[in-house]
Every structure is written in C-alpha cells, then in structure tokens.
Ligand binder design. Sequence first.
Ligand SMILES: Nc1ncnc2c1ncn2[C@@H]1O[C@H](COP(=O)(O)OP(=O)(O)OP(=O)(O)O)[C@@H](O)[C@H]1O
Length: 674
Amino acid sequence: MSDDMLVHFSSNSSNQSDQSLPTKIAKLEARMVGKASSAASQQQGWSSVSSAGKYSGPAEELVEPCSSSDSDDDNGGEFLIQANTRKRLKLQEDDNADVFERVEVVADGRQTSLEAVETKNNVDANRKKSGRGRGSSGSGRGRGSKSNDQTRTQISPPTISSSNGQIENKDGRLRDQFHNDNSASLEDENASLRAKVAVLEEDLRKAKLETSEHQNLRQQLEKELKELRDLEQQMKPKRTKIISDLLISVSKAERQEARLKVRQDSLRLGNVGVIRAGTVLSETWEDGQALKDLNAQLKQLLETKEAIERQRKLFKKKQSDKTDGIDAEAGLLEDVLIHDEIYKSRLASIKREEEVVLRERDRYELEKGRLIREMKRIRDEDGSRFNNFQILNHRYALLNLLGKGGFSEVYKAFDLVDHRYVACKLHGLNAQWSEEKKQSYIRHAIREYNIHKTLVHRHIVRLWDIFEIDPNTFCTVLEYCSGKDLDAVLKATPILPEREARVILVQIFQGLIYMNKRTLKIIHYDLKPGNVLFDELGIAKVTDFGLSKIVENDVGSQGMELTSQGAGTYWYLPPECFELSKTPLISSKVDVWSAGILFYQMLFGRRPFGHDQTQERILREDTIIKARKVEFPPKPTVSNEAKEFIRRCLTYNQGERPDVLTIAQDPYLTYLKK
Ligand SMILES: Nc1ncnc2c1ncn2[C@@H]1O[C@H](COP(=O)(O)OP(=O)(O)OP(=O)(O)O)[C@@H](O)[C@H]1O
C-alpha cells in the first residue's frame, strides 16, 4: 500500500469517535478489499475514485463539504476519497497523532490487500496523467495537468507541517518522491515534446522548401505555357495556310483528274456538240465510239437475223415446191426438219447476243448520264464565282463544287476551326429581284435554316452555321455527306433489292419520326431521292429544309394551311397539295405519301404516278388528283408486306392516310421480331 493511500484512509477514519474507529477502519478495509478484487471489472469506478480523491479538478473542489463523506453506504470510493480530503484538513486542526499511529499499524497489517488498491490507484493516476484535461474542468491537456499539480501541492504541505514529525517526514519523503517522479516525467515529456517540435520544425522547413520549389516550377511552367500559346498564336495563320495550301493542291489535282476522266469518257461515250440552225446555236449530244460500236453491233445482229429469217422462208418455199403433188421421201423430210432446226437455233443465238449488247448499251446509257452530269458540274464549277478556293467567314476553305441546284451552289469545304469537311451551300439571290423580295427571301431562308439548325438527329443532315457573304448571297454550312445522294444511286442502279430499299426507308422514317416528336413539329414537304444523302458509312440522311413547314401548336386536326402551293416536286406530292377549290390543309401525311412514292421507286425503278410526265404535264392532266389506286408491275418480285405498306402510305383520302407517328408503329418499319 502506498503512503499516499495510507494518509487518505487515516484521515477518513479520523472523523469517527475513538470507540468506533477500529470498526470503521475494518469496514473500510473490507470495502477496499472488495474494491480491489473487483478492480478489473470496475475500472471506470476506480478511475473516478482516484480522480476525485487525488488529481481531479481544481483545488476548491477538494475542500468542498460532502454530506455523505462519512456514510457507510456502498457508494464506493468516490465518497470515501472525497471525504478523505476534507477529513485530512480536519485532521490538521485536531492534531490527533494517536489516531494516525493506530491507523498506520492497522493499515500496515492490511498492506497486502490494499496493494491492489494502490496498484489500481497508480494505474488510475497514470491514466489521469496521460488523460488530464478530460475531466470536469473541460480544459486542454496542459491546463489539466497543471491544475492537478497544483492540487497536489495544496494537499500535502498543510497536512504535514502541523502534524507530528513522523507524518511530516513520511509526507516529505512522499512529496519529494512524487516531486521527483513528477519532474522526471515532466522532463521526459518535455524532452519528447521538444523532439517532436524539432521533427515538426524540420518537416515545416522541408515543406516550405518544397512549396517554394513548386512555386518556382509552376511559374516556370506558366511561362512556358504562355510562350507556347504565343507561339501557337503566331503559328496559327501559318498552320492554317499550310492546311489550306495542301487542301487546295489536293483539290486542284482532283479537278484535273475529273477533267481528264471526262475527256477520256467522252471519247468512249460521247460529247456535247453545238449545232447551228440559222442564227441560233444549240447544243446537241453526239454519241461516242463505244456507243457507236454497240449500235453498229446491234444493227449487224438485226441484219443477220433478218437474213436468216429470209433464208428460212426461202428454204421452206423451195421444199414445198419440190414436194408439191408427190409423196415426200423420208430422207427429204428429214433434211427439211434439220434445216429448220438450224435456222431456229441460229436465231436464238442471235437473240442472246442481242440481249448482251442491249445490256451493255444500258450500262453505257447510265455512264453517259453520269458523264453528262459531271460535264455539267465541271461547267458550273468553271462558271462559278466561288471556284477560286476562297476562305469564307475566315473559316471555311472552299474546295470543289459538289453540284448546283435551283438557287444554290454546293461546295465541298474544309472547316479550319473544327478541322472537318463540310458542305457550304451558297444561296444566290436573283439580281433582278426587287430589294423587298430579296429581303423577304432572306428572312424566309433564315427562318427555315434556324429550324434546321435545331434538328439534331442521325438521319438528318446537320446544319452547322449560316452567314452572309454579300447582300445578294448567304451561305449555310452543312454536314458533309461523302456518299452519293439517292437520286444518283437510282440513276446508277434504278432498282434496288427490297432489303436495301427497306433499310433506306426505315432511316428516312426515323428522321421523320424525330421531326414529329418535337414540340414544334416539322413537315419536310420536299422528300425526293435528291434530298436523301449518304455519308461515308452509307447512313441515309434527309436534307434540304427549304420548303419545310413548322406545324404551329394551335393547328387543328386536319392540318395547317398550305401557303406555298405550287412549290415542290410533283411526282412526290399527295393529291391534297393539288387542291385548287380551297386552300389545302396539310400535315405530316404529306411526308408519308412522299416516302411511299420513294419506296415504290426504289423497288420498281419508276414512280407510280406520272413517271414519264413532266411537271407541267402532271399539273395539266391532273395526274396526281387522279391517282386513286396504286398498281404494281409483275416484275421485280416484291413481298406482299412491302406492297401493303406502300398502299397504306399512298392512301388517296388524306383523312384515312396514317400520319408519321401512326405509321411509325407499322410492323414493316420494325426489325424487332414480335
Ligand atoms: N451536305 C451535303 N453533302 C454532300 N453533298 C451535298 C450536300 N448537300 C448537297 N449536296 C450535293 O450538292 C448538289 C446540289 O445540292 P442542292 O441541294 O443545291 O441541289 P438540288 O437538291 O439538286 O437542288 P434544289 O434543292 O435547288 O432543287 C447535289 O448533288 C447534292 O447531292
């Protein structure tokens, strides 16, 4: 048992009368033993005992009266130790040396059992040391520690100085020892803190060093970045120049190649010649050598065929003259039959040859058509005022002409900012128009192109930009589609297999469905093969929104008024667009009809209504107004599903015809198995 504990117990006992003291001490001892034995399981309780009695809180707490200080209840050590503190002060006053001696003896006798208490108290004291400040003071570690030290010094001196020498010596020793222990541990703590501070200072120094290195590095990098940016700014025009020079070289080479090919093909396929009739000069087509040869071949075959027919007839006549009136010999009859068979097989062989030459001629006709279009394109390019590789809007490097429409020229171009190919459509206003008409045309075009600009879909050609070039010309910048348009495809191969035609149709409808699911619905109004383009992957895209209509929200179920009657391509427009007695009401059903015509054309190589007629004749003869029923040729073979789908699209009565979103549900348009 520590001396410290002894003092505590002694002081506690001193509060009782002399007679009851041994009993009290015995009780206390018993309690202490009890506490010691349950120390392990009551650590928290011990901790409070220890802290309350020895090291906890400020000094005032130690002298505060405690009503239950001498009670026997089982409150445990907390009361006991608090009371001790108070009693110790009382002891000072009483100066009762005898009591102390007796307590000491008894206490010595119980040393073994109380050692557990001491050990526990030491543990608690140590814990207290390390956990100072967590107590009721609520202060930090340093402050808590200080306050406990103060407590200790306050406790010991008065108790010792005014009592007998034995206690004084003991307490003095205790105090010294405690003091020594304390200052040693403080020194240790101090030393370790100093070491930590030194380490932290070193860390700080290194961190400062690193920070300044990083700052230097950052400054250096910022400087380099700025230099690079400056350099890039300086290089930009040079780089742009290099890119556009390269593009121009490539385009020039392409132009040369295109012209060379046209010259070569012209020799084979023909050329445009000029003929004069009086004072009028007009252009005419002169067939090339290949076509002349083919035609000569056909002529030759025809002559041979006719000659054989003649010989056959002659031979037959001769034989009938010989056999007239007499019974034909068996050998003669055989000869006649063999000769006839020879003529027949000769004629069949000529027919086959003819078919081959005719197929060849068809192929050449297609090549001739392509050649004529290419010649026209070259001529348009040569005559264009934009053919000299201008850079428009400081951004778009114009390259070669792709084609020319009614009021526009479309150039392949390179976007020098976004670094991609684009198609620049240059819209030229008619110089003869009044200023008012020009302005109205521009307003209309800008409105339409503003609509197109909002259309972002895989099957709709993107519109990237629009700008004015001069008061009579503006430019729209479109997604470049490097494949042919459907018109060119159908000119090269007029009939497509149903499978290929269907997938093109499905893509067109996907674009249309998108246009009809938006808040502001759009009617394209000009769906035709020339307005379906293909990109480099063969993805079909709808383009040209020049005639498109925005369906206002307040439009009735019958549709909106058609204000631009007469515009469009008549083979592809439905009967309601030709209504003359009143202003037609139109809806997305117009596009459904046009898509049906397109599909028919892809499958059968011709349009169902007015195929061989001109636009004027269609109008004159009311061809579309009479187009009540669609007929299908026997060849090529097309599925009934395809025919039924076409019938639904080409429903004459507008009210019965499905609109885009209704026909979108059609099983023919889905690839999912149901
Ligand atoms: N985005 C594009 N990408 C590639 N080629 C295009 C693009 N837009 C148009 N073209 C091509 O440019 C040519 C002219 O197109 P444009 O739309 O002006 O003519 P059009 O449709 O024949 O005439 P119009 O619309 O006046 O009736 C066509 O051959 C077309 O295939």
